[in-house]
Design a protein around this ligand. Structure first.
Ligand SMILES: [Zn+2]
Length: 323
């Protein structure tokens, strides 16, 4: 009875995550803290609760699936000629990503591209393990982010890894992409942009998603928030202003975290909150990930926040950010 009422209340993806932890013989993980949204809990009170992080994968569009843990997004784009994976999460959650790809009906060996949204471990840490299952996969990011990845593995090899974070299986520098490139696979094309400020690179990708065949413009934004003081803040502000100018018509913003620590999504999160609506969507209802007005509002919020961040950074009073 308990499971049924949970399923009814929570909808597919979330209920599956709760049931999964119940089925594993453990006490179902405690939910978000009272002051947290669901998405926030994955990077807040439950950030090290690995069972809680194992959310069930789900389909968002005809050609876009969520296969990540709760804390960091991993997106799967199936094409007529293989799979494109964006980001790879990090240990100890990489097996969950691999299982999730299989659960939504795809074989990891058919991954042809692993695109890395930026050179931070929470996004690239699973790359080596996934590549070991996908011999044809090209691993691609911008030069600036390859430099961060190279530096990370050089430091790890020299025993100078940061803290106790598991570096995952190392992988070699492969494909360097740049602004203006097109990544084409089957009938799918992703255009590459450089939108720095979170890292000096932060590749972003535009592509078309389909909702029962109806096309929408999607943009995967590689940089979830500014970092690195005046320099990073100034770059991020320019990227946000560029997005406002050139990408105001985006229907579907695809983010690399559900909980954007710097500029949270007003829905409570970018993924799991609309996913609940999607699970309960009735025929004819709008798609809850098609949110152009919200995207434009978010850009305004990010612009105002970044202006203040840069001002504070110039005065030396900018709060440290972890995003
Ligand atoms: Zn990052």
């Amino acid at each position: 009875m308990r499971s049924r009422s949970l399923t009814f209340l929570l909808g597919g993806a979330l209920a599956a995550a709760v049931l999964q932890s119940a089925a594993s013989g453990q006490t179902p993980a405690s939910g978000p803290a009272p002051n947290e949204t669901l998405s926030q809990s994955y990077r807040g009170s439950q950030s090290s609760n690995w069972e809680y992080q194992k959310v069930a994968p789900f389909k968002v569009f005809d050609n876009l699936y969520y296969v990540g843990p709760g804390s960091v997004s991993v997106w799967l784009i199936p094409t007529t000629d293989g799979l494109i994976l964006v980001d790879a999460a990090q240990e100890p959650l990489v097996d969950h990503v691999i299982d999730s790809i299989r659960k939504v009906g795809f074989d990891p060996k058919n991954i042809k591209y692993i695109l890395l949204s930026h050179g931070h471990l929470d996004h690239f840490g699973g790359t080596g393990k996934i590549k070991a299952l996908a011999p044809d996969a090209r691993i691609a990011t911008l030069e600036e982010d390859w430099q961060l990845i190279d530096q990370f593995y050089q430091a790890a090899a020299a025993g100078r890894g940061r803290g106790n974070r598991d570096p995952g299986m190392p992988f070699k520098r492969d494909m360097v992409i740049k602004e203006g490139d097109t990544i084409a696979l089957g009938k799918t094309e992703l255009k590459v942009y450089k939108l720095p400020g979170h890292t000096p690179g932060s590749p972003s990708f535009t592509f078309t998603v389909f909702d029962n065949g109806r096309p929408y413009k999607a943009l995967l934004f590689g940089g979830p928030g500014q970092r690195n003081g005046v320099e990073g803040g100034t770059q991020f502000l320019a990227s946000i202003r560029r997005l406002k100018k050139e990408f105001a018509d985006i229907d579907v913003p695809v983010h690399v975290h559900s909980w954007l620590t710097t500029y949270p999504d007003p829905r409570g999160g970018t993924v799991f909150e609309p996913a609940k609506q999607l699970a309960n969507r009735k025929p004819g209802d709008p798609h809850p990930f098609v949110v152009n007005a919200l995207w434009r509002t978010w850009l305004n919020t990010a612009e105002a926040g970044t202006i203040k961040y840069v001002e504070d950074a110039k005065k030396g009073t900018a709060a440290p950010v972890s995003n």
